[in-house]
Design a protein around this ligand. Structure first.
Ligand code: ADP
Ligand code: MG
Length: 392
C-alpha cells in the first residue's frame, strides 16, 4: 500500500501538493473547471489539518517565451479561491526570492498557487525531470503529496523529481482512481466486455494486449473498426485506416475470432464535419469516397445484446464522431444500454467527456479523469509517479 496524505501529521508543515489543474482556457476564461473541483478534497483536507499548502500544477505546453502569456495559472488561482471560499495567493514565478519569501511568510492554513511548472520547460527541465530543479522545489517544503492522476505515467520534476527528495504520499484523487480501476482490471466480474472505439488502433494496443485474454467479448466501433473491416477485405472507402496496424489486427482477428464483435452497418458521409448528407449502409455497401462516421442501427442492437448481458464493461473510445450531434447516436445508445446493475468503467479523455456531456456522470462505477493516464493503467504500463511514492 502506498502512503497517502492521511498518513502524515500536516500541522504547520509546508506541504507541496502536485495537482492537475490543466483546465481548458479560452480568451482568459476557464471553460471547464472539473479538474479544479476534483482536486478540492485533497486541498481542503490539508487546510483542515493546518498545513501550509503550496500547490503546483502544469498548464498547457510551454516551448517558447511567447507560450507563457497564454498559459499562466493566475486565472486558476482566482477560480480555486472561489471554490475553496478562502484566499489563494498566486505567485507568478517557478523559482526565486519572491517565491521563497512568500513561502517563508506562510501561516498554517495559508494557500499558495505557484506559477505553471512548465514555465521550466523551455529547456525541458520540468518534463525532463531535471534533478537540480527537483531538488530546488523539494527544498521549499517538508512533505510532498502527489494528486495529479493524469500524470501518473510520466516522470517530471514536479512529481517524480520532488518525491525523490521529500517524505511523500498520494492524495485522494489518485487513491480513488486506483481503488476503482485496479479491481476491475485484476479481478474482472464476468461476463466481462471491452468496448473499443475512437480514432486509432495504435493508441490502444497496450490496453488490448493486457486485457483481451480476460475479456469475454470485445466490441469494436469508432474509427478503429474500419481497420478491422479492411483487414477482412471490406471496402471502407475513405474511413479512418491505421495502415501500419493491419497485420496486428489480422492476428487479433485470427487469435480471438470468437470474442471480437465488429459492426454490421455504419452511418456514412463524405466528410466528418456533419455538413454533408449521411446514409445508413451495411459494411459491404461502402463507395470509394464514403467515410464511416458512426455505428449504424443494426450494430447498436448487436452491441446492446452484449452490453446488457455483461456484469462488467470497460470502455475506451467513442463509437463515432460524437462531437457532431448527428453522429453521436451510437455512443449515446451504447452509454444508455450500460446503465444498470453492472460495473462500468469509462476511460480516455474523449470517451469520458462524451459520457459526462451526454448526462451519464452519475450512472457508472467510474469515469476516469486521467485521459492518457487511465489508458496507461489499463495497459499495465509503468507508472513512475506512483512507483516513487513510499510504501506504508
Ligand atoms: P479517448 O480520448 O477516449 O481515448 P480517442 O482519442 O481514441 O478516445 O478517440 C476520440 C476521437 O475519435 C474523437 O475525436 C472522435 O471524433 C473520433 N472518432 C470516433 N469515431 C470516428 C470515426 N468513425 N471516424 C473518425 N473519427 C472518429
Ligand atoms: Mg482522445
Amino acid at each position: 500500500m502506498k502512503k497517502c496524505i492521511t498518513d502524515y501529521d500536516l500541522f504547520d508543515k509546508k506541504v507541496i501538493i502536485r495537482l492537475d489543474l490543466n483546465v481548458p482556457i479560452s480568451n482568459g476564461v476557464i471553460t471547464d473547471d472539473n479538474r479544479i473541483k476534483k482536486s478540492l478534497k485533497t486541498i481542503n483536507y490539508a487546510i483542515e489539518k493546518g498545513a501550509k499548502v503550496i500547490i503546483m500544477s502544469h498548464l498547457g505546453r510551454i516551448k517558447s517565451e511567447e507560450d507563457k502569456a497564454s498559459n499562466s495559472l493566475q486565472v486558476v488561482a482566482l477560480r480555486l479561491s472561489e471554490l475553496l471560499f478562502r484566499p489563494v495567493k498566486f505567485v507568478g514565478e517557478t523559482r526565486g526570492s519572491i517565491l521563497e519569501n512568500e513561502i517563508a511568510n506562510m501561516q498554517s492554513k495559508d494557500v499558495i498557487l505557484v506559477e505553471n511548472t512548465r514555465f521550466e520547460d523551455i529547456e525541458n527541465k520540468e518534463s525532463g525531470n531535471d534533478d537540480e530543479l527537483a531538488r530546488y522545489w523539494a527544498s521549499l517544503a517538508d512533505i510532498f503529496i502527489d494528486d495529479a492522476f493524469a500524470l501518473i505515467h510520466r516522470a517530471h520534476a514536479s512529481n517524480v523529481g520532488i518525491a525523490k527528495y521529500l517524505p511523500n504520499g498520494i492524495g485522494f484523487l489518485i487513491e480513488e482512481e486506483l481503488d476503482k480501476m485496479l479491481p476491475m482490471i485484476n479481478e474482472p466480474k464476468k461476463p466481462f466486455t471491452i468496448i473499443l472505439g475512437g480514432a486509432k488502433v495504435s493508441d490502444k494496443i497496450g490496453f488490448i494486449d493486457n486485457l483481451i485474454d480476460q475479456a469475454d467479448y470485445v466490441l469494436i466501433g469508432g474509427g478503429m473498426a474500419y481497420t478491422f473491416l479492411y483487414a477482412l477485405g471490406y471496402n471502407v472507402g475513405k474511413s479512418l485506416l491505421d495502415k501500419d496496424k493491419i497485420d496486428y489486427v489480422k492476428k487479433l482477428l485470427s487469435d480471438y475470432k470468437d470474442k471480437i464483435i465488429l459492426p454490421l452497418d455504419s452511418i456514412t458521409s463524405t466528410s466528418i464535419d456533419g455538413n454533408n448528407a449521411s446514409f445508413i449502409k451495411n459494411i459491404d455497401e461502402f463507395n470509394d469516397d464514403d467515410i464511416g462516421v458512426d455505428i449504424g442501427p443494426k450494430t447498436i442492437e448487436l452491441f446492446k445484446k452484449y452490453t446488457t448481458l455483461s456484469k462488467q464493461v470497460i470502455w475506451n473510445g467513442p463509437m463515432g464522431v460524437f462531437e457532431v450531434k448527428a453522429y453521436s447516436k451510437g455512443t449515446y445508445d451504447i452509454l444508455l444500454s450500460l446503465v444498470g446493475d453492472r460495473l462500468v468503467m469509462i476511460a480516455g479523455g474523449d470517451t469520458a467527456a462524451a459520457a459526462i456531456n451526454m448526462g451519464f456522470s452519475k450512472d457508472f462505477t467510474h469515469i476516469s479523469t486521467g485521459g492518457g493516464a487511465s489508458l496507461a493503467v489499463l495497459a499495465n504500463e509503468d507508472l513512475p509517479a506512483l512507483d516513487i511514492i513510499n510504501e506504508k
